[in-house]
Design a protein around this ligand. Structure first.
Ligand code: ATP
Length: 254
């Protein structure tokens, strides 16, 4: 792992009414690393993800991705630059098939608009054929290829998370932000998801992972950042974080 940051954010702030969800937070993800983001409930982790991906505009601060500022870009542009995210509750379109969900990653629209655009453009062109081959190869690698023509709505919660990750791979990401990949997922599938993350990381993709499951954090992460009450509490190797008294106190006080 190099020392070069792929993502570097500082001074990030977000207030919701009187609540300081994120307060002058800083985070860095080293190129090629799997980096963890942990903290007690309500620490501001998901809000920080929303600020990094600009799903929510920050009150202050800057986000540099791959040497370029991205905090002024809309989310789909950030994704096109190579910084893709997933959600705590996987956002897949239930009324589309697994394969169609994969192909949507190559369209540059969001949400319901995705669906409308997709329905209009169902004829297959060359580029779409290539995308389909790629989608099927990725689905094969995550064990979802048999479900390619099933509706995404028929998948289990864990499979939807896997589909969301698989979809993230469609656009050649440099960094994937995963919001609680193990939450609500059965232990067998958690093990498989971790294996996939390690393999994708070996292929050069960096990760920033929010996760409450400490076994997942300890087994995957090279470096961990801890947020509490919207602000930085500590960062270090998983071993350092596990022994940090301020971190233990923040969790005990939960
Ligand atoms: P968890 O681990 O429970 O998912 P978290 O660390 O991801 O928590 P956030 O979801 O970012 O924490 O929430 C941080 C704080 O901001 C909480 O007090 C939450 O209630 C508040 N908050 C988050 N989003 C909003 C919003 N859209 N409007 C108002 N308050 C919000």
């Amino acid at each position: 792992i190099s020392k070069t940051p792929i993502l570097c954010a500082q001074g990030l702030c977000k207030n919701f009414g009187g609540i300081r969800a994120v307060n002058n937070a800083r985070i860095e993800v080293t190129q090629g690393s799997i980096t963890g983001l942990i903290g007690p409930n309500g620490a501001g982790k998901t809000t920080l993800f929303n600020l990094l991906s600009n799903f929510i505009r920050s009150d202050a601060g800057e986000v540099i991705f791959d040497h370029h500022p991205i905090h002024h870009l809309p989310p789909h542009q950030i994704a096109l630059q190579g910084c893709v995210r997933t959600f705590q509750v996987a956002r897949v379109l239930s009324r589309l098939t697994v394969l169609e969900n994969m192909l949507l990653a190559t369209q540059n629209q969001t949400g319901e608009k995705f669906f409308q655009v997709w329905m209009k453009q169902k004829q297959v062109r060359k580029e779409e054929r290539e995308n389909k081959e790629k989608a099927m190869a990725i689905l094969e690698s995550v064990g979802l290829v048999a479900k390619a023509y099933d509706y995404a709505g028929a998948l289990s919660g864990g499979q939807r998370k896997l589909l969301e990750m698989a979809r993230a791979l469609m656009t050649h990401p440099k960094l994937i932000l995963l919001d609680e990949p193990a939450a609500g997922v059965n232990p067998t599938l958690i093990g498989q998801i971790c294996e996939h993350i390690l393999n994708w990381n070996k292929e050069g993709i960096s990760f920033l992972i929010i996760e409450h499951n400490m076994d997942v954090i300890m087994s995957l992460c090279h470096h961990v950042w801890v947020l509490a009450e919207g602000t930085n509490l500590a960062d270090g190797t998983p071993e350092e974080i596990q022994q940090n008294s301020a971190v233990l106190e923040a969790y005990l006080g939960e």
